[in-house]
Design a binder for this molecule. Structure first.
Ligand code: SF4
Length: 302
């Protein structure tokens, strides 16, 4: 029998598929340390009895998931991947996309995971968490680099349903941005499984602001935007939203959000878009760094 040799392209394709399959399951089971610390910090800060009970239950839930190597929440979310592709990475993004799709499907079948993906109109399940334009893949291209970073962020529907966009006018200024974020979080109440991370996207265009809000929730918890003006807004919103008294799971308390992350883009002189994307307490994310030779390093903290 002849020896089956894989071409470097096939090896890489396989490595990305494996990485996607591993990331999806891993993200669902093993939440990052920064999130664990934020949840423990929330319990330290919380003074209300129902709020403390909720946080204790969440932390116990995480412990049980660790001990039993099980999912932290039954909602396996909609699979979302963020790819940073170096211009020297030897696999074309079309092939990377193919591998992410195959990996998602494999993880869903092999684990097995609950398949959430349906046709939007017929509501027919498309099977295995893949479908038309699912998984959702975002791209960033990096000049002068040979690597590929894949971050998997399975997004629960309870929190994704609490996504809001407003085209403020420039005269609304920063106060208008804050007001809209505050109104959004008050309207959302306990529905997005608080306390979580509020992602805010400002600037760009309507679609890009929402993209930025989503990107914001995928950052390590508590990191601050490098722009000092934006970082100041993050801190002010963090304090403001925790004054609402919504509390853990909306039962009242001091901790309504674990963090607020803001991402921004410059915009048109007559635009002031603001998007809010909520991430629940189960803020799952996991990253793989793939090298051109197909070796993969997994990273829970990126
Ligand atoms: S919003 Fe998050 S914590 Fe709530 S059910 Fe969905 S995935 Fe689970």
């Amino acid at each position: 029998m002849g020896l089956m040799l894989r071409s470097p392209q096939q090896t890489l394709l396989r490595a990305v598929e494996e990485a996607a399959a591993h990331l999806y399951v891993w993200a669902l089971k093993d939440i990052p340390q920064d999130l664990r610390d934020a949840l423990a910090g929330a319990l330290d800060r919380e003074t209300s009895t129902p709020g403390r009970r909720v946080l204790e239950t969440i932390l116990r839930n995480v412990e049980v998931a660790d001990a039993e190597r099980n999912l932290v929440c039954q909602d396996t979310g909609i699979p979302v991947y963020y790819c940073r592709v170096g211009d020297g990475f030897p696999l074309h993004p079309a092939r990377i996309h193919e591998a992410l799709r195959a990996g998602t499907e494999r993880a869903t079948i092999e684990h097995p995971l609950r398949s959430n993906t349906v046709h939007t109109l017929t509501r027919q399940n498309t099977g295995h968490n893949v479908g038309h334009r699912v998984p959702i893949v975002h791209w960033d291209f990096v000049a002068g680099w040979e690597g590929l970073d894949v971050k998997c962020v399975p997004k629960g529907s309870g929190s994704e349903n609490m996504s809001f966009l407003k085209m403020c006018v420039p005269a609304d200024g920063v106060a208008g941005i804050k007001r809209f974020v505050l109104e959004s979080i008050v309207d959302a109440g306990g529905k997005p499984c608080p306390p979580g991370i509020v992602g805010v996207g400002i600037g760009g265009s309507a679609d890009y602001a929402m993209h930025l809000a989503k990107e914001a929730i995928a950052r390590p918890v508590g990191t601050r935007n490098p722009d000092p003006e934006v970082a100041k807004l993050e801190q002010e919103l963090f304090e403001l939203l925790n004054e609402t008294g919504i509390g853990p799971m909306g039962l009242g308390g001091d901790v309504t959000v674990l963090q607020v992350h803001v991402e921004h883009a410059d915009t048109h002189m007559t635009l002031n878009p603001v998007a809010v994307n909520y991430q629940c307490w189960a803020a799952r994310r996991a990253t793989a760094h793939v090298r051109p030779d197909g070796s993969v390093e997994y990273d829970r903290e990126a």
